[in-house]
Design a protein around this ligand. Structure first.
Ligand SMILES: NC(=O)c1ccc[n+]([C@@H]2O[C@H](COP(=O)([O-])OP(=O)(O)OC[C@H]3O[C@@H](n4cnc5c(N)ncnc54)[C@H](OP(=O)(O)O)[C@@H]3O)[C@@H](O)[C@H]2O)c1
Length: 255
């Protein structure tokens, strides 16, 4: 049995709690948040607290708070020589206070409190300073059916940067697409099969091979028409930048 204490009550902490709660060989000894309001709902399932001085013993303490708050919270923990991990893609392993064993348990997925996600679809990137702690975190990941990967700080940081491109930026492009369709009262839903196929296609083809469209084909007239439609819009610069990026990748001349 692995015992854990969760610190934080946001998107990641809440999904981790639900997965740990269901797992057979994990027990959540306590759930801490600086404000009780967000975890009060779970008080019949787990011991909840807003007091760091009353934290219970556990094998692993998981800090799933905002990136900027991780370092200070780790310094405020009132114990030593325990395994303390954070869940961030960008915060350093050594930003955690050195009085405890340090680790990273970075779930490479997008989590929103109201969106369900199965942890079998969540790769966990693990970084630790020592081998035994890695084994413990690997077992924790396995216990919620997640595949785990041992990564170093440089690799985790590269994964996080890539994740911003493939998830956050892509999602912002969906939003722009939504705005464009709404401006002519066209249903955004008509684009959804295309969105799904774009993601499905790169499961078997490289992103390079999967690219299509006017920029890759160098259809100058079509590109000009699109740019004309975007005249005066802040999206024009994004269109030009991405078109140039695709043309450079595929050996075409700049716009
Ligand atoms: N969301 C994702 O998709 C995702 C994916 C992978 C990794 N992560 C990482 O997981 C961690 C948590 O992200 P999240 O999206 O779950 O965050 P979130 O939903 O914004 O929740 C933030 C949590 O941090 C707490 N917090 C903020 N400032 C604090 C402070 N100064 N002291 C103590 N607690 C503080 C908040 O407490 P209150 O409730 O009191 O405000 C809240 O519980 C981050 O390191 C993030 O990089 C997120």
């Amino acid at each position: 049995m692995i015992s854990v204490v969760i610190l934080g009550a946001g998107n990641v902490a809440t999904h981790l709690f639900k997965a740990f709660y269901k797992a057979e060989n994990i027990v959540v000894n306590q759930w801490f948040n600086r404000t009780l309001k967000s975890i009060d709902f779970y008080k019949n399932m787990v011991d909840v607290t807003d007091s760091l001085s009353s934290l219970k013993p556990a094998d692993i303490y998981i800090i799933a708070v905002s990136d900027d708050a991780i370092m200070k919270l780790s310094e405020q923990l009132p114990f030593e020589n325990k395994l303390v991990v954070h869940t961030s893609g960008s915060v350093g392993l050594y930003d955690l206070d050195k009085k405890n064993h340090r680790g990273v348990f970075y779930p490479l997925q997008t989590f929103s409190k109201d969106a369900t996600i199965g942890f079998e679809n969540v790769p966990i990137c693990i970084e630790t300073a020592n081998k035994n702690d890695f084994k413990t975190l690997k077992l924790l990941a396995e216990s919620i059916n997640s595949k785990s990967y041992r990564v170093n700080s440089e690799q985790r940081s590269a994964l996080h940067l890539a994740a911003v491109f493939v998830n956050n930026f892509t999602n912002q492009l969906y939003r722009i697409g939504h705005e464009i369709t709404e401006s002519t009262s066209t249903e955004f839903d008509i684009l959804k099969p295309l969105i799904l196929e774009t993601a499905n296609k790169i499961q078997n083809l490289s992103p390079f091979m999967a690219q299509t469209g006017p920029a890759k084909r160098n259809d100058k007239k079509t590109i000009k028409k699109h740019l004309k439609k975007l005249e005066g819009s802040p999206h024009k610069a994004i269109y030009e930048m991405l078109t140039n990026s695709i043309q450079k990748t595929h050996g075409r001349k700049k716009l």
